[in-house]
Write a protein that binds this ligand. Structure first.
Ligand SMILES: Nc1nc2c(ncn2[C@@H]2O[C@H](COP(=O)(O)OP(=O)(O)OP(=O)(O)O)[C@@H](O)[C@H]2O)c(=O)[nH]1
Ligand SMILES: [Mg+2]
Length: 283
């Protein structure tokens, strides 16, 4: 039994009667969002009879499962030979650069070719970090001069990807707080510039969220979605945390589905999102 449901079971198996306020609070603590917490609690309350911890967990698990996006379709190259462009966005330290590398490896393993763009030009260390991944995974990287315009770096990388007939271009962007207007404007510019030669680009804008930050991730998703419409989430740091409930209210409110999950620091610790695995093993 995964962390969140296990905690729920342990908490309520020691109560002779279900304490409804406690149940609602526990569900909210799990980042499932107040609406779902109330729905689960009300359903159980209305059922009547003597309920056991097992009933609570079963209902919670079923409700969470019913509120998850389906399994994600694999990312596909474009039929016209132009690269499928993926922008990786998010607040600082969520795992964008690591997830960029993981995704690049994942696509390579599926038989696709990938070009990376180091569009976090603020910090030399950020470029070096992606460069180290690029060398380790043997996937080409384009980087700009220090403090170069990140949109220009993405554009140059796009041209290189076209010349070299790469299936995918993944642009790793700098971490930015969703409350910083100028940084969000910069992200819009990146989006506009990659759309200049191929109006269908970017094909994916993936918000990388750290599962352990809880409900703040919903606010991040709202603000990023306003600036650059998101096509999906990558939820990182799900390894052993029993966290990740936040992807439920993000999907309910914004209809942004989780596409991939990060389960550790290595390149292999990454999987396409699978809702059954999520409720049975990860949450
Ligand atoms: N346990 C665990 N750690 C992760 C995961 N993904 C990333 N990390 C770690 O989180 C830390 C930050 O990862 P980065 O990829 O540098 O994050 P970032 O979003 O690029 O950070 P900035 O560029 O500074 O905004 C690193 O120590 C990673 O190894 C994950 O799925 N699980
Ligand atoms: Mg980074």
């Amino acid at each position: 039994m995964a962390g969140f449901f296990k905690n729920l079971f342990n908490r309520f198996s020691s109560q002779p009667e279900i304490d409804w306020d406690d149940l609602e609070a526990s569900l909210i603590t799990g980042d499932l969002g107040p609406r779902l917490a109330v729905e689960i609690t009300d359903t159980l309350k209305n059922r009547g009879g003597k309920l056991k911890a097992d009933d609570v967990v079963k209902e919670a698990r079923a409700r969470v499962r019913a509120n998850l996006p389906g399994a994600s379709a694999p990312l596909a190259p474009q039929a016209n030979g132009m690269p499928t462009v993926i922008l990786m966005v998010g607040v600082n330290g969520t795992g964008k650069t690591t997830s960029t590398a993981k995704l690049a490896q994942h696509l390579t393993q599926q038989g696709h070719t990938v070009q990376l763009a180091a569009a976090d030009t603020f910090r030399a260390a950020a470029v070096e970090q992606l460069e180290a991944w690029s060398q380790r995974l043997n996937i080409p990287l384009l980087k700009g001069a220090p403090n170069a315009d990140p949109a220009a770096v993405c554009f140059d990388a796009w041209q290189k990807a076209v010349r070299e007939k790469r299936d995918f271009l993944i642009c790793d962007t700098a971490g930015r707080l969703h409350t910083k207007h100028n940084l969000m404007e910069e992200l819009k510019k990146i989006r506009r510039v990659v759309g200049r030669q191929d109006e269908t680009a970017p094909h994916e804008v993936l918000l990388v969220v750290d599962a352990t930050t809880g409900s703040n991730a919903l606010q991040q998703a709202r603000e990023f979605h306003k600036a650059v419409p998101l096509t999906g989430l990558i939820v990182t740091k799900l390894d052993g945390s029993g966290k990740g409930g936040i992807l439920v209210p993000i999907y309910r409110e914004l209809e942004v589905p989780t596409r991939f999950v990060g389960l550790g620091e290595t390149a292999d610790a990454f999987r396409p999102f699978d809702p059954d695995q999520f409720v049975n093993e990860l949450l």
